[in-house]
Design a protein around this ligand. Structure first.
Ligand code: SF4
Length: 395
Protein backbone atom coordinates (compact mmCIF):
# COMPACT_ATOMS: atom_id res chain seq x y z
CA UNK A 1 0.00 0.00 0.00
CA UNK A 2 2.84 2.35 0.84
CA UNK A 3 4.39 1.85 -2.56
CA UNK A 4 1.06 2.58 -4.28
CA UNK A 5 0.28 5.87 -2.49
CA UNK A 6 1.03 8.61 -4.97
CA UNK A 7 -1.07 11.62 -3.99
CA UNK A 8 -0.63 11.46 -0.23
CA UNK A 9 2.16 12.05 2.16
CA UNK A 10 3.06 9.22 4.51
CA UNK A 11 3.52 9.79 8.22
CA UNK A 12 3.66 7.72 11.37
CA UNK A 13 2.09 10.54 13.31
CA UNK A 14 -1.48 9.30 13.42
CA UNK A 15 -2.66 12.13 15.68
CA UNK A 16 -2.10 14.64 12.89
CA UNK A 17 -3.16 12.52 9.93
CA UNK A 18 -6.17 12.98 7.67
CA UNK A 19 -6.39 9.24 7.08
CA UNK A 20 -5.46 6.38 9.33
CA UNK A 21 -5.13 3.12 7.44
CA UNK A 22 -5.19 0.15 9.81
CA UNK A 23 -3.62 -2.91 8.19
CA UNK A 24 -5.17 -5.37 10.61
CA UNK A 25 -4.44 -8.90 11.77
CA UNK A 26 -7.24 -11.23 12.83
CA UNK A 27 -5.40 -14.45 13.59
CA UNK A 28 -6.45 -14.59 17.26
CA UNK A 29 -9.24 -13.05 19.33
CA UNK A 30 -6.49 -10.98 20.96
CA UNK A 31 -5.46 -9.52 17.60
CA UNK A 32 -9.10 -8.63 16.93
CA UNK A 33 -9.50 -6.76 20.19
CA UNK A 34 -6.26 -4.81 19.75
CA UNK A 35 -7.53 -3.63 16.37
CA UNK A 36 -10.88 -2.59 17.89
CA UNK A 37 -9.16 -0.82 20.78
CA UNK A 38 -6.80 0.98 18.45
CA UNK A 39 -9.65 2.19 16.26
CA UNK A 40 -11.66 3.48 19.24
CA UNK A 41 -8.63 5.23 20.69
CA UNK A 42 -7.99 6.96 17.35
CA UNK A 43 -11.62 8.07 17.17
CA UNK A 44 -11.11 9.75 20.53
CA UNK A 45 -7.65 11.19 19.92
CA UNK A 46 -8.06 12.30 16.32
CA UNK A 47 -11.83 12.51 15.64
CA UNK A 48 -11.37 14.28 12.29
CA UNK A 49 -9.30 11.53 10.75
CA UNK A 50 -10.93 9.05 8.40
CA UNK A 51 -10.13 5.56 9.62
CA UNK A 52 -9.83 2.94 6.89
CA UNK A 53 -9.66 -0.74 7.80
CA UNK A 54 -7.51 -3.00 5.61
CA UNK A 55 -5.91 -6.43 6.04
CA UNK A 56 -7.37 -9.70 7.27
CA UNK A 57 -9.56 -7.93 9.84
CA UNK A 58 -11.55 -6.40 6.97
CA UNK A 59 -12.69 -9.87 5.98
CA UNK A 60 -13.62 -11.00 9.47
CA UNK A 61 -15.07 -7.93 11.18
CA UNK A 62 -15.03 -5.17 8.53
CA UNK A 63 -18.75 -5.38 7.90
CA UNK A 64 -19.78 -4.96 11.54
CA UNK A 65 -17.30 -2.14 12.16
CA UNK A 66 -18.56 -0.39 9.05
CA UNK A 67 -22.24 -0.79 9.95
CA UNK A 68 -21.56 0.50 13.46
CA UNK A 69 -19.84 3.51 11.84
CA UNK A 70 -16.62 2.77 13.70
CA UNK A 71 -14.62 3.18 10.48
CA UNK A 72 -14.99 5.45 7.45
CA UNK A 73 -14.02 2.78 4.97
CA UNK A 74 -13.16 -0.91 4.63
CA UNK A 75 -10.97 -2.43 1.92
CA UNK A 76 -10.26 -6.10 1.29
CA UNK A 77 -6.92 -7.55 0.19
CA UNK A 78 -7.69 -7.17 -3.51
CA UNK A 79 -8.27 -3.42 -3.10
CA UNK A 80 -4.96 -2.68 -1.38
CA UNK A 81 -3.17 -1.99 -4.63
CA UNK A 82 -5.85 0.63 -5.44
CA UNK A 83 -5.33 2.49 -2.17
CA UNK A 84 -4.48 5.76 -3.90
CA UNK A 85 -7.90 5.90 -5.63
CA UNK A 86 -9.85 4.36 -2.76
CA UNK A 87 -8.83 7.16 -0.38
CA UNK A 88 -10.39 9.71 -2.74
CA UNK A 89 -13.88 8.45 -1.86
CA UNK A 90 -15.81 11.29 -0.29
CA UNK A 91 -18.54 9.01 1.03
CA UNK A 92 -18.05 6.10 3.43
CA UNK A 93 -17.09 2.97 1.50
CA UNK A 94 -17.08 -0.78 1.93
CA UNK A 95 -14.93 -2.32 -0.83
CA UNK A 96 -14.25 -5.86 0.23
CA UNK A 97 -13.26 -7.09 -3.26
CA UNK A 98 -12.71 -10.80 -3.68
CA UNK A 99 -10.53 -13.53 -2.28
CA UNK A 100 -9.47 -14.95 -5.62
CA UNK A 101 -7.38 -11.99 -6.55
CA UNK A 102 -3.61 -12.15 -6.53
CA UNK A 103 -1.70 -8.95 -6.04
CA UNK A 104 0.86 -7.98 -8.67
CA UNK A 105 3.36 -6.85 -6.03
CA UNK A 106 5.46 -9.84 -5.12
CA UNK A 107 8.52 -8.33 -3.51
CA UNK A 108 7.60 -8.23 0.12
CA UNK A 109 10.54 -6.90 1.99
CA UNK A 110 14.24 -6.34 1.68
CA UNK A 111 16.76 -6.97 4.38
CA UNK A 112 19.64 -4.59 3.80
CA UNK A 113 20.77 -4.83 0.23
CA UNK A 114 21.28 -8.52 0.03
CA UNK A 115 18.25 -10.62 1.07
CA UNK A 116 14.84 -10.33 -0.53
CA UNK A 117 11.53 -11.89 0.48
CA UNK A 118 9.52 -12.98 -2.55
CA UNK A 119 5.83 -13.80 -2.21
CA UNK A 120 5.14 -16.68 -4.58
CA UNK A 121 1.56 -17.54 -3.60
CA UNK A 122 -1.46 -16.47 -1.56
CA UNK A 123 -4.12 -18.36 0.41
CA UNK A 124 -4.44 -21.88 1.76
CA UNK A 125 -6.48 -25.01 0.92
CA UNK A 126 -5.89 -26.65 4.29
CA UNK A 127 -8.52 -26.37 6.99
CA UNK A 128 -6.66 -26.69 10.29
CA UNK A 129 -9.23 -26.56 13.11
CA UNK A 130 -7.65 -23.67 14.97
CA UNK A 131 -6.97 -21.42 12.00
CA UNK A 132 -9.01 -18.56 10.52
CA UNK A 133 -6.53 -17.81 7.73
CA UNK A 134 -8.26 -19.64 4.83
CA UNK A 135 -11.47 -17.72 5.62
CA UNK A 136 -9.73 -14.36 5.35
CA UNK A 137 -7.09 -15.12 2.73
CA UNK A 138 -9.00 -17.45 0.42
CA UNK A 139 -7.89 -20.67 -1.26
CA UNK A 140 -4.35 -21.24 -2.50
CA UNK A 141 -3.35 -19.48 -5.70
CA UNK A 142 0.12 -18.97 -7.14
CA UNK A 143 1.85 -16.04 -8.70
CA UNK A 144 2.83 -16.50 -12.32
CA UNK A 145 6.20 -18.12 -12.78
CA UNK A 146 7.31 -15.49 -15.33
CA UNK A 147 6.58 -12.65 -12.89
CA UNK A 148 8.52 -14.33 -10.10
CA UNK A 149 11.52 -15.12 -12.28
CA UNK A 150 11.55 -11.69 -13.85
CA UNK A 151 11.53 -10.05 -10.44
CA UNK A 152 14.31 -12.28 -9.15
CA UNK A 153 16.42 -11.60 -12.25
CA UNK A 154 16.12 -7.87 -11.63
CA UNK A 155 17.00 -8.17 -7.97
CA UNK A 156 19.90 -10.53 -8.60
CA UNK A 157 21.39 -8.14 -11.15
CA UNK A 158 21.13 -5.43 -8.49
CA UNK A 159 23.26 -7.45 -6.10
CA UNK A 160 20.71 -9.51 -4.15
CA UNK A 161 22.13 -12.97 -3.49
CA UNK A 162 19.70 -14.62 -1.10
CA UNK A 163 16.01 -15.14 -1.80
CA UNK A 164 13.41 -16.22 0.70
CA UNK A 165 10.19 -17.60 -0.75
CA UNK A 166 7.09 -16.70 1.22
CA UNK A 167 3.32 -16.99 1.05
CA UNK A 168 0.35 -18.09 3.15
CA UNK A 169 1.03 -21.76 2.43
CA UNK A 170 4.24 -21.58 0.37
CA UNK A 171 4.51 -25.29 -0.40
CA UNK A 172 1.24 -25.32 -2.32
CA UNK A 173 2.91 -23.20 -4.98
CA UNK A 174 2.32 -24.39 -8.52
CA UNK A 175 -0.58 -26.81 -8.04
CA UNK A 176 -2.98 -24.41 -9.82
CA UNK A 177 -0.52 -23.73 -12.67
CA UNK A 178 0.49 -27.29 -13.33
CA UNK A 179 4.00 -26.76 -12.01
CA UNK A 180 5.76 -27.27 -8.68
CA UNK A 181 8.05 -25.75 -6.11
CA UNK A 182 10.90 -27.96 -7.31
CA UNK A 183 10.53 -26.70 -10.89
CA UNK A 184 10.49 -23.09 -9.73
CA UNK A 185 13.59 -23.63 -7.60
CA UNK A 186 15.50 -25.14 -10.49
CA UNK A 187 14.65 -22.20 -12.73
CA UNK A 188 15.54 -19.71 -10.02
CA UNK A 189 18.89 -21.35 -9.45
CA UNK A 190 19.83 -20.78 -13.08
CA UNK A 191 19.52 -17.01 -12.74
CA UNK A 192 22.90 -15.37 -12.59
CA UNK A 193 23.61 -13.98 -9.10
CA UNK A 194 21.20 -16.24 -7.18
CA UNK A 195 23.37 -17.72 -4.51
CA UNK A 196 21.13 -19.07 -1.80
CA UNK A 197 17.42 -19.88 -1.68
CA UNK A 198 15.34 -20.42 1.43
CA UNK A 199 11.75 -21.52 1.57
CA UNK A 200 9.72 -19.78 4.28
CA UNK A 201 7.82 -22.88 5.35
CA UNK A 202 6.61 -26.19 3.97
CA UNK A 203 4.03 -28.75 5.04
CA UNK A 204 5.30 -32.35 5.38
CA UNK A 205 2.92 -33.68 2.71
CA UNK A 206 4.21 -31.13 0.20
CA UNK A 207 7.70 -32.60 0.17
CA UNK A 208 7.81 -35.03 -2.73
CA UNK A 209 10.60 -36.97 -4.46
CA UNK A 210 11.08 -34.24 -7.05
CA UNK A 211 11.80 -31.82 -4.21
CA UNK A 212 14.03 -34.21 -2.27
CA UNK A 213 16.24 -34.57 -5.34
CA UNK A 214 17.28 -30.95 -4.91
CA UNK A 215 18.65 -31.33 -1.41
CA UNK A 216 22.26 -31.58 -2.51
CA UNK A 217 22.16 -28.52 -4.74
CA UNK A 218 24.68 -25.91 -3.59
CA UNK A 219 22.15 -23.06 -3.75
CA UNK A 220 19.70 -24.66 -1.31
CA UNK A 221 20.04 -23.17 2.18
CA UNK A 222 20.88 -26.03 4.56
CA UNK A 223 17.88 -25.29 6.72
CA UNK A 224 14.30 -26.18 6.14
CA UNK A 225 11.24 -25.09 8.06
CA UNK A 226 8.58 -27.78 8.02
CA UNK A 227 5.38 -27.04 9.92
CA UNK A 228 4.38 -30.00 12.09
CA UNK A 229 2.28 -28.11 14.69
CA UNK A 230 2.34 -31.15 17.02
CA UNK A 231 3.87 -34.57 17.53
CA UNK A 232 0.90 -36.34 19.13
CA UNK A 233 -1.35 -38.10 16.60
CA UNK A 234 -4.41 -37.45 18.73
CA UNK A 235 -3.62 -33.73 18.70
CA UNK A 236 -2.86 -33.72 14.98
CA UNK A 237 -6.28 -35.27 14.35
CA UNK A 238 -8.03 -32.76 16.57
CA UNK A 239 -6.20 -30.01 14.75
CA UNK A 240 -7.33 -31.48 11.40
CA UNK A 241 -3.75 -31.60 10.21
CA UNK A 242 -2.64 -33.63 7.21
CA UNK A 243 0.56 -34.96 8.74
CA UNK A 244 1.18 -37.75 11.23
CA UNK A 245 4.12 -38.45 13.47
CA UNK A 246 5.39 -41.69 11.95
CA UNK A 247 5.86 -40.21 8.47
CA UNK A 248 7.07 -36.89 9.92
CA UNK A 249 9.82 -38.71 11.78
CA UNK A 250 10.94 -40.57 8.65
CA UNK A 251 10.91 -37.38 6.60
CA UNK A 252 12.89 -35.39 9.17
CA UNK A 253 15.55 -38.08 9.46
CA UNK A 254 15.81 -38.33 5.71
CA UNK A 255 16.40 -34.58 5.32
CA UNK A 256 18.66 -34.21 8.36
CA UNK A 257 20.87 -37.04 7.10
CA UNK A 258 21.58 -34.90 4.02
CA UNK A 259 23.16 -32.24 6.27
CA UNK A 260 20.15 -30.05 6.98
CA UNK A 261 19.09 -28.12 10.07
CA UNK A 262 15.35 -28.40 10.62
CA UNK A 263 12.84 -26.05 12.15
CA UNK A 264 9.15 -26.34 12.81
CA UNK A 265 6.04 -24.56 14.07
CA UNK A 266 4.48 -26.06 17.18
CA UNK A 267 1.21 -25.16 18.90
CA UNK A 268 1.18 -25.68 22.63
CA UNK A 269 -1.97 -25.84 24.78
CA UNK A 270 -4.59 -26.61 22.11
CA UNK A 271 -7.80 -28.04 23.71
CA UNK A 272 -7.48 -31.77 24.40
CA UNK A 273 -3.75 -31.68 25.14
CA UNK A 274 -3.76 -33.60 28.43
CA UNK A 275 -0.77 -34.54 30.59
CA UNK A 276 -0.24 -37.89 28.92
CA UNK A 277 -0.46 -36.56 25.36
CA UNK A 278 1.96 -33.84 26.27
CA UNK A 279 4.51 -36.17 27.87
CA UNK A 280 4.38 -38.50 24.82
CA UNK A 281 4.61 -35.56 22.44
CA UNK A 282 7.77 -34.26 24.18
CA UNK A 283 9.31 -37.71 24.06
CA UNK A 284 8.75 -37.62 20.32
CA UNK A 285 10.18 -34.10 19.99
CA UNK A 286 13.37 -35.46 21.55
CA UNK A 287 13.53 -38.13 18.83
CA UNK A 288 13.19 -35.61 16.01
CA UNK A 289 16.33 -34.01 14.55
CA UNK A 290 15.03 -30.50 15.21
CA UNK A 291 17.23 -27.42 15.54
CA UNK A 292 14.74 -24.54 15.50
CA UNK A 293 11.19 -24.04 16.71
CA UNK A 294 8.51 -21.38 16.52
CA UNK A 295 6.40 -22.34 19.51
CA UNK A 296 2.97 -20.73 19.77
CA UNK A 297 0.72 -20.86 22.81
CA UNK A 298 -2.74 -21.73 21.54
CA UNK A 299 -5.03 -18.75 21.50
CA UNK A 300 -8.74 -19.17 20.90
CA UNK A 301 -10.09 -17.82 17.62
CA UNK A 302 -13.89 -17.48 17.29
CA UNK A 303 -15.49 -19.07 14.24
CA UNK A 304 -12.95 -21.88 14.13
CA UNK A 305 -13.63 -25.53 15.02
CA UNK A 306 -11.10 -25.49 17.88
CA UNK A 307 -12.87 -22.58 19.60
CA UNK A 308 -15.60 -24.90 20.92
CA UNK A 309 -13.34 -27.85 21.77
CA UNK A 310 -13.00 -29.03 25.33
CA UNK A 311 -11.23 -29.51 27.69
CA UNK A 312 -9.22 -26.34 27.39
CA UNK A 313 -5.66 -26.10 28.72
CA UNK A 314 -5.09 -23.52 31.44
CA UNK A 315 -2.88 -20.58 30.47
CA UNK A 316 -0.20 -21.24 33.09
CA UNK A 317 0.10 -24.88 32.00
CA UNK A 318 0.45 -23.82 28.36
CA UNK A 319 3.15 -21.38 29.43
CA UNK A 320 5.12 -24.12 31.22
CA UNK A 321 4.79 -26.39 28.19
CA UNK A 322 5.96 -23.63 25.91
CA UNK A 323 9.02 -23.20 28.10
CA UNK A 324 9.71 -26.94 28.21
CA UNK A 325 9.52 -27.27 24.42
CA UNK A 326 11.73 -24.27 23.67
CA UNK A 327 14.33 -25.45 26.20
CA UNK A 328 14.52 -28.87 24.51
CA UNK A 329 15.05 -27.30 21.08
CA UNK A 330 17.50 -24.74 22.38
CA UNK A 331 19.65 -27.57 23.74
CA UNK A 332 19.40 -29.46 20.43
CA UNK A 333 20.35 -26.31 18.54
CA UNK A 334 23.41 -25.86 20.76
CA UNK A 335 24.58 -29.41 20.05
CA UNK A 336 24.03 -28.87 16.31
CA UNK A 337 26.01 -25.64 16.31
CA UNK A 338 28.88 -27.28 18.18
CA UNK A 339 29.02 -29.93 15.49
CA UNK A 340 28.87 -27.35 12.67
CA UNK A 341 31.62 -24.81 13.23
CA UNK A 342 33.38 -25.22 9.90
CA UNK A 343 32.63 -23.97 6.38
CA UNK A 344 29.93 -21.57 7.46
CA UNK A 345 28.63 -19.27 4.75
CA UNK A 346 27.21 -16.17 6.31
CA UNK A 347 25.43 -13.31 4.62
CA UNK A 348 25.90 -10.26 6.82
CA UNK A 349 23.47 -7.40 7.21
CA UNK A 350 24.35 -3.84 8.13
CA UNK A 351 26.56 -3.56 11.14
CA UNK A 352 26.82 -1.35 14.17
CA UNK A 353 30.02 -0.41 16.01
CA UNK A 354 32.05 -2.99 14.11
CA UNK A 355 29.63 -5.86 14.83
CA UNK A 356 27.76 -7.47 11.95
CA UNK A 357 24.94 -9.97 12.21
CA UNK A 358 23.87 -12.54 9.72
CA UNK A 359 22.69 -16.10 9.27
CA UNK A 360 24.68 -19.09 8.13
CA UNK A 361 23.32 -21.73 5.76
CA UNK A 362 21.78 -23.55 8.74
CA UNK A 363 19.81 -20.45 9.73
CA UNK A 364 21.86 -19.95 12.85
CA UNK A 365 22.65 -16.43 13.83
CA UNK A 366 26.29 -15.40 13.69
CA UNK A 367 27.80 -12.14 14.90
CA UNK A 368 31.06 -11.07 13.38
CA UNK A 369 33.39 -8.45 14.77
CA UNK A 370 35.47 -6.63 12.21
CA UNK A 371 37.20 -3.31 11.51
CA UNK A 372 36.32 -3.62 7.84
CA UNK A 373 32.93 -2.60 6.49
CA UNK A 374 31.27 -5.96 5.93
CA UNK A 375 27.69 -4.75 5.35
CA UNK A 376 25.85 -7.00 2.89
CA UNK A 377 28.93 -9.16 2.42
CA UNK A 378 29.21 -12.93 2.30
CA UNK A 379 31.83 -14.24 4.67
CA UNK A 380 33.19 -17.75 5.07
CA UNK A 381 33.93 -18.81 8.58
CA UNK A 382 35.79 -21.65 10.20
CA UNK A 383 36.03 -22.17 13.92
CA UNK A 384 33.29 -19.91 15.21
CA UNK A 385 32.87 -19.59 18.92
CA UNK A 386 29.66 -21.33 19.98
CA UNK A 387 27.89 -19.59 22.85
CA UNK A 388 24.42 -19.82 24.35
CA UNK A 389 23.40 -16.60 22.62
CA UNK A 390 24.69 -17.61 19.20
CA UNK A 391 27.83 -18.10 17.16
CA UNK A 392 30.56 -15.49 17.22
CA UNK A 393 33.56 -14.79 15.05
CA UNK A 394 36.21 -12.18 14.38
CA UNK A 395 37.64 -11.20 11.02
S1 SF4 B 1 -1.90 -24.77 6.74
FE1 SF4 B 1 -1.39 -22.91 7.91
S2 SF4 B 1 -2.61 -21.24 7.00
FE2 SF4 B 1 -3.47 -23.18 6.24
S3 SF4 B 1 -5.16 -23.66 7.66
FE3 SF4 B 1 -3.34 -24.74 8.45
S4 SF4 B 1 -2.36 -23.31 9.90
FE4 SF4 B 1 -3.85 -22.12 8.66
Amino acid sequence: MMSKLKDYQLTNDELNSDFIVVNSCTVTNGADSSVRNYISSMKRKNPDAKVVLAGCGSHSKGESLFEDKKVFGVIGHSEKENINTVLKNEEPFYQIGDLEHIDSTIVEEFIGKSRAFIKIQEGCDFRCSYCIIPAVRGDARSHKEETILEQITKLASNGFGEFILTGTNVGSYGQDHNTSMAKLLKKMSMIRGVRRIRIGSLEPIQIDDEFLELLDEPWMARHMHIALQHTSDKMLKLMNRRNEYKTDLELFHKIASRGYALGTDYIVGHPGEDEKEWADAMQRVKELPLTHVHAFSYSKRDNTASATMKPEVRGNIAKDRHRELTAIIKAKNFVFRREHTQNLEVLLENGNDGIYHGFDQYFNKVSVRSDEDLSSNWVFLNDVEVTNEGNKAQI
